[in-house]
Structures are given as C-alpha cells and as structure tokens.
Design a binder for this molecule. Structure first.
Ligand code: ADP
Length: 399
C-alpha cells in the first residue's frame, strides 16, 4: 500500500510517499513559497540526486499538482500514475474537542475545522487547503487526518482546564489541548518496543526538543499531561517562544511599551526563548558555541532551558508516581548531548543517571540507550518520525 503524507504550512507543503509494507520512503520533498511568487520545490528520491525546480505556485492546489507530476514523472518519479497512491494522510495540528483520534477526511470534518480556525489561526487554514486540494485532485482516494492534539484527548479534566473563570472553557474553548502529540505517541511506542516491554505497564516522559519543544507524561501508553497548552506557546522556553511566564507580565509590557496584541504575540512567539535571552540565536548550536566562549547570556539561556526541562521531569514523575524511561527526541533532543547532560545532571534522587561516554558517543538516527549502569530509570534517545506515524494511522484506518 502506498501512502502519501502531507504537511501543509501557510506557504509550504511537505510530502512523503511511503511504501507501507516495507516502511520505505519512496520519495519526499518540500514546496516552499506557495503564493509568494517564485516558488521552490525540492524533490528527493533515495539513491538519486536531489531535484530542484522553481515553479510558480499560486496556491496549495498548484503545489500539489506539481507534487503529483514529480511523483509520476518519467525521470524523477517513483510511481506510474497518481492512481497508485492508495491513501493520503494529512498532518493536522488541531482537532479541537471533537476529533479525539485520527479520522477519515470528509466534509463534516472540514466544516468543523473551519469553525475552530479562530483557536488555530496559523495551522488550520493551510491544513484545510491541503485537504480540499487532495479532494479535488484525487477524488477517489481516501484521506485521513492525523491530529497533533488527539494524543491528549484522554487527559483528565483537571489536567486541561485552566484556573480561569470556567465560562472561558465552556464558551470560548480555552483549555489545554497539547501539541506534537504524533511525535510523543510515536516515540513512546518506540520506547516500549526498543526495551521489549508492554507500553501498558510503562511510565514514560518524552522530551521533544526542537525549535518548538514540548514534554509529555505517558502512563500505560496514554498521555496524562503535556507542557504545551491552548497553543504551542506554553511550557518550556523554545527557540524563539517564551514558554510559560507569569501571565500578568503580558498586559504590563503591552501598557508600558504601547504594544498591540499582535505585536505582543510577536514578542512572545518570535523574539523570546533562546533567541530572546541570549541575543545570539534561536539555534541551540549557536547558543552552545557562544556559551563555550563565555557569553553570559548564552550560558543563562541554556541554564533556563535545562532547568525548565528538569522541573517538568520532576513534576511528571510525581504526577505518574514513578518513571521507567526518560526519552529525548527531535533536533536538539536527538543531536545535542549537552542538553541531555544538563537535564540529567543531579537527578539521582529520581533514579535518573546517564552514562556520559554513551551520551557523548551516541549513534545518530537510531534508538540509543544512554543509561548509566546504576540508573533506576532508562534514559534513551529515540529519533522521532511523525510522518511514518501518520502513514501507519492512515493505513490502519483505510484498511
Ligand atoms: P523543528 O522543531 O523546526 O523541526 P528541529 O527538530 O530541527 O526543529 O530542532 C532544531 C534544534 O535542534 C536547533 O536548536 C538545533 O540546534 C538542533 N539541531 C537540529 N539538528 C541538529 C544536528 N544535526 N546537530 C545538532 N543540533 C541539531
């Protein structure tokens, strides 16, 4: 079965075509600058040179048309015709309160997703465009939506309702939704598989540390808590996002500096986090290099980040009454031994100890155990693969 996974952004569209039986990626690529004039499409087929074109892509429809041409092209393609695509899986950031699991795309779903655009203004419209484009171009091919929020649909009410007047939840739907769920679900399942254990008997904390970062507590295979909230802004500091701060700081800054809500949102989303604290970069690599050169603000940024992660690990261990595995994933979690070292330092009270040599000399791109011999808790690096998880969900629903 061949499954096309699509991740639509406001001006981009990423795609991967999987052969689900073998698990192979047959082709993948990115369409950038959709609707912005000169577009860029990068198409990659394993074992062949990357192919890059610069077409005009006024819409997601036109971008998908180009993707289908590339996938079926005599020279650059991997399938005979688009009828060879058995199903399409869409990455959808937000399923609101209605979609608690991956589901078939239909007009009822699209109508509902339209109604929650106000609480998902950045990611909702492009995902809907991607679904509409596929419906038009592949009318007979089943489509499945896989929601980043759905992994958190089993969290208890006391875990997702904020301590605001309750009407803000009932009337305005302001609550914790959680994001990155597809990654946390994949990584927690892989953890159990890697350790040869039944996930139902495991307590796992997954740290997805990338440009956007989140931490989840997974008990018996179900998420019981997560650091992101109503939006991906809540939780630990990120590349450019502040993460959680005293909420009263926001109206105070707005009044003092005369900022509009959009300007304040820009500060919180694009100018804060590692970038805001360090003044160096949003990228952990740059902050680490600056910290090694003695840059005090870069050192501060790394300490703030590592402490925030530690606090979540402690809180989630308490919440689950135990911990079997602490897992690092995504760009920073998988590749940066320094952040793992800082987080796991002085955690022996919780039974967490890493082997510094294994942490430094880990093998990239595969599950890797960095646990010290006398650690009670397993500490692992598990590479995430959200697209594959989407393809698996799509396959199981379509079958
Ligand atoms: P996104 O959340 O946008 O998908 P990533 O998962 O790539 O981003 O994470 C970006 C962060 O991960 C950056 O801080 C970067 O320093 C770090 N990172 C990503 N890839 C690597 C790598 N190969 N080596 C070291 N650090 C990396």
């Amino acid at each position: 079965m061949k499954i096309l996974v699509i991740n639509s952004g406001s001006s981009s569209l990423k795609y991967q075509l999987f052969d689900i039986e073998s698990g192979d990626v047959l082709a993948k690529g990115t369409c950038e600058r959709i609707g912005l004039g000169d577009g860029i499409v990068t198409h990659k087929v394993p074992g062949r040179d990357n192919y890059r074109i610069e077409p005009n892509m006024p819409s997601h429809d036109s971008a998908l048309e180009i993707v289908f041409e590339l996938l079926t092209d005599k020279t650059h393609g991997v399938i005979e015709s688009i009828e060879c695509i058995d199903a399409v899986g869409h990455r959808v950031a937000h399923g609101g309160e209605k979609y608690k699991k991956s589901s078939r795309v239909d007009s009822e779903m699209i109508d509902y997703l339209e109604t929650i655009v106000p609480i998902n203004p950045l990611h909702g419209p492009p995902a809907i465009k991607g679904m509409r484009a596929c419906t038009r171009l592949l009318p007979n091919t089943p489509q499945v939506a896989v929601f980043d929020t759905s992994f958190y649909s089993d969290i208890e009410e006391y875990g997702y309702v904020y301590a605001l007047p309750y009407e803000y939840y009932t009337e305005d739907k302001i609550r914790r939704y959680g994001f990155h769920g597809t990654s946390h679900r994949y990584v927690s399942q892989k953890t159990a598989e890697f350790l040869g254990k039944d996930i139902k008997s495991m307590k796992i904390i997954t740290c997805h540390l990338g440009n956007g970062s989140s931490i989840s507590a997974v008990d018996g295979g179900k998420a019981v808590d997560t650091s992101m909230g109503f939006t991906p802004q809540e939780g630990i500091p990120m590349g450019t996002r502040s993460g959680s701060i005293d909420p009263t700081v926001i109206p105070y800054i707005m009044k003092k500096h005369g900022l509009t809500p959009d300007e304040m949102s820009d500060v919180l989303n694009k100018k804060s986090g590692l970038l805001g604290i360090s003044g160096v970069s949003s990228d952990f690599r740059d902050c680490l290099a600056a910290a090694k050169d003695g840059n005090k603000r870069a050192i501060l940024a790394l300490n703030i980040l590592a402490t925030a992660i530690k606090k979540h690990v402690g809180a989630y261990t308490a919440e689950m009454n135990g911990l079997d595995a602490l897992v690092f994933t995504a760009g920073m979690g998988e590749n940066q031994s320094e952040i793992r070292r800082m987080v796991c330092e002085n955690m022996s009270y919780l039974g967490i100890k890493i082997d510094n040599d294994k942490n430094e000399n880990f093998t990239r791109g595969v599950p890797f155990d960095i646990t010290a011999a006398d650690s009670k808790v397993k500490v692992l690096i598990i590479p995430t693969d959200e697209e594959y998880m989407i393809a698996l969900d799509t396959e199981s629903i379509v079958r």
